[in-house]
Design a protein around this ligand. Sequence first.
Ligand code: PMT
Length: 408
Amino acid sequence: MSALNKKNILLCVSGGIAAYKAPELVRQLRAHGANVQVVLTRSAENFVSETSLQAVSGNPVRNSLWDKSAESAMSHIELARWADCLLMAPATANLISSLASGATPDLLTTLALATEAPVFVAPAMNLKMWDKPATVRNIHQLKTDGAIVLGPASGDQACGESGMGRMLQPEEIVEALNNHFSATTLLAGKRVVITAGPTREAIDPVRFISNHSSGKQGFALATAAQQAGAEVCLISGPVNAQTPLLVERIDVVTAQEMFDAVMAQLGRCDIFIGVAAVADYKPEEVRSQKIKKSAETRNSSLKLVENPDIILAVTQHKNPPYTVGFAAETESVIANARAKKRRKNLDLIIVNDVSDARIGFDSEENEVTLIWETGEQVLKKASKELISQSIISSIAQSLSGVEPSAAL
Ligand code: PMT
């Protein structure tokens, strides 16, 4: 049975061309057994009719805070309480801006502020609008406030351009909601420790060795694990990212500090996920004063020594958790990842090809292959949030004894 069965979904449609997909979205949600009520903005009515949404949802459609008969049947506060989730699809740049600032110019945004249910946002707009700093800021704010942003996708747009900004297809949105509701108890009772971001290894007081990790993948996994019911401890190197809601965060700088923080957690850890890009080496000596440019230093070289291998120490622990490593590879991607999995004795390794600038380090999206001893699973390019939800559900399945059986 679908996890959406009997769930109350409040579909909030704002005024973009993708609103024409709303009836199909309602149809698919209802096919999963969900109860759907629809709220339209005034501009959405230019793209989709109230009558068709009423017919397909089987419920009256709401569009105004001031509709006396609708309010007396079910007030907007009751409607906000009724919902198991709010789904903003399509969410225009204007709606996203109101949601991010907490403004309530209409019924739809008032409901978003009044509800305690999770809010899903499926953006749809022109690619230039999606790239504007204001939209980037607003999306970041929404995620920080706990909204779940679905997409957008890249492709041909109604305006004739091609790029990021298309609303996800109804089936992708329904799948994301289904994953969300089936995930809420997947890791209940489990404690998950996740490392994220880079480490920094000092050369002198002003210089260090590091890498391009932004922490996005690790933070998205922490969010997905928390939403799957786990207690999550996130050990992060220096990144510019907001701590996910209800996640315990420990900040570190060096690989040695990350190692110490991880070891301190191992007594209470069911699942360990090493997403951090840990520096394998550090300078043998950290100079106490800034190294000056001089004839002496011009031809000097930096002597490096090895950092501890954190994840190897985790799997060598007397009582190891289910251990998941990430592999950032640039060549022979799958073969190198398989070798790494065996060398580090991991239950699962997740490999991304970081030679592809569109995914991996410091990008919004990723594409990964999960490699167990018994099989593999490819997760096609998607936002790090969606990739993380799929990873968490695969880990939960693997813990219950189900692993992909594709031949190696
Ligand atoms: O942070 P983002 O910008 O979102 O980018 C995400 C990412 C590209 C960093 C992430 O998806 C990723 O690939 N993380 C692993 C990066 C890495 O260091 O891979 P590796 O192949 O060097 O290491 C393999 C595994 O060993 C990793 O789980 C790593 O955390 C662990 N390791 C490595 C060295 C070390 N000294 N200790 C470790 O625990």
